[in-house]
Ligand binder design. Structure first.
Ligand SMILES: NC(=O)c1ccc[n+]([C@@H]2O[C@H](COP(=O)([O-])OP(=O)(O)OC[C@H]3O[C@@H](n4cnc5c(N)ncnc54)[C@H](O)[C@@H]3O)[C@@H](O)[C@H]2O)c1
Length: 382
């Protein structure tokens, strides 16, 4: 409760939007269905939507739901379906239950709800938003069938630099320190992926005095990493050198069981990408060179190899900054910006300011500009 209050108090932008929604009620008579990480910061967003007149029907994401947040939201009259689960079948059932409420608006994360909507479409769906890169990739090929305004928050330049570059990097570093309680000084860190998130992860570990290399298949981004001062070895060499490996790509099986022979004894593996399959934990556990996996400290799985080496996997391969012990996620300020974009985009869809041509497209420029201007105004006034 204290954490939720602290978070809401720290969301200056969202507080301003909420006050406005009290008067304008853009979602009056509408239900908003969502499947986002349920933690103290998203609670602030859901309460803002509720204050805008929406009936909110929410479930969490795989493995990241925080029970105290669920309890709080239910007490505020928000319908929360299910509970924390790492079981994909159980999570799937919760998502379908959200859609069974036939929400007119959907705030999606990873394309989970819109993809399932297409299996059982209903005409009253107006449209909504998608939060992530992974969701955009999943939904873009489905545009013809979705045929509704769906604004992709992640494609806003604000989201890219405020959250993905600055905040994900900070919180992944913070998660490594909190979970392992080990220092980063002089450690060799390999970051897979040099998109917005990977850039922030690489910069933050470098700022924490680690020696950082980047593995990135896109030659242009690889060049950028080199010019930014990072080593850009081949992936196998990078893995063989690393004390710490971070995946943040959006791709599957970036680190595989076949990589086990080249990993250093004591290497720490962690994933910050949306889905847990970036590090193929299932294949690693089943590999014949693995004699067993045991719980190290909380949030650390230790994989024992036949030759005596040990490799540590943080938070079971789930997003390291959102799963595991006492996860805090990205900074409140970065989320405040992202949530203001969410609230303004859902408002634009609800009020018919964007039409079906805006299906899986970036945030409209006027919304970016108004959110950026409001943040700067509030920061200067503070
Ligand atoms: N943990 C968080 O809080 C958080 C927040 C935002 C986004 N994400 C997730 O992080 C992931 C990355 O997001 P982004 O915005 O940086 O995406 P992005 O598309 O900008 O960058 C991903 C990069 O990974 C590279 N890549 C793909 N396959 C690779 C491989 N096998 N090895 C090395 N690099 C590879 C791509 O070329 C690309 O440059 C996504 O899954 C996104 O959903 C996580």
């Amino acid at each position: 409760m204290n954490r939720i209050a602290w978070t809401s108090d720290s969301c200056a932008l969202l507080t301003e939007v909420t006050r406005e929604f009290d008067d304008t009620r853009p979602f009056a008579g509408l239900a908003i269905g969502t499947g986002i990480h349920l933690e103290p910061k998203t609670a602030a967003l859901l309460l803002t939507l509720q204050r805008g007149g929406a009936e909110v029907v929410a479930t969490g994401n795989l493995n990241t739901t925080q029970p105290a947040t669920v309890e709080f939201l239910r007490a505020q009259g928000i319908t929360v379906i299910g509970r924390q689960t790492a079981d994909p079948a159980e999570h799937d059932a919760y998502l379908r239950e959200v859609l069974a409420a036939r929400p007119q608006l959907v705030l999606d994360n990873g394309g989970d709800l819109f993809a399932r909507y297409l299996e059982d479409p209903y005409p009253t769906l107006v449209g909504g938003t998608e939060e992530t890169t992974s969701g955009r990739a999943r939904l873009a090929p489905l545009r013809d069938r979705l045929a509704r305004p769906i604004l992709v928050i992640n494609d806003s330049p604000i989201k890219q630099f405020a959250e993905n570059r600055h905040a994900v990097g900070q919180s992944v570093l913070e998660s490594f320190l909190r979970i392992t309680n080990r220092s980063t000084n002089g450690r060799r860190v390999t970051v897979f992926g040099y998109g917005a998130c990977g850039q922030g992860v690489a910069i933050n570990f470098r700022n924490a005095h680690a020696r950082v290399s980047v593995v990135e298949p896109d030659p242009v981004l690889r060049l950028e990493a080199l010019l930014d001062g990072f080593a850009v070895p081949d992936r196998d060499d990078a893995l063989a050198e690393a004390d710490i490996v971070v995946t943040v790509t959006g791709a599957a099986h970036v680190v595989r069981a076949t990589d086990l022979p080249r990993l250093r004894d004591g290497a720490v593996l962690m994933n910050a990408g949306h889905l847990p399959h970036e590090i193929d934990g299932d294949a690693i556990r089943a590999d014949p060179n693995v004699t067993g996996v045991d719980d190290g400290a909380e949030g650390i799985d230790t994989v024992h190899l036949t030759d005596g080496r040990r490799v540590h996997l943080l938070t079971g391969g789930h997003m390291v900054n959102l799963a595991g012990p006492r996860p805090l996620g990205n900074s409140i300020e970065s989320m405040d910006l992202g949530f203001a974009l969410q609230a303004r985009c859902l408002e634009a869809v609800a009020l018919g300011r964007v039409d079906a041509n805006a299906c899986v497209v970036p945030v409209p420029r006027d919304i970016d500009e108004s959110v950026a201007a409001a943040f700067v105004r509030l920061a200067n006034a503070a």
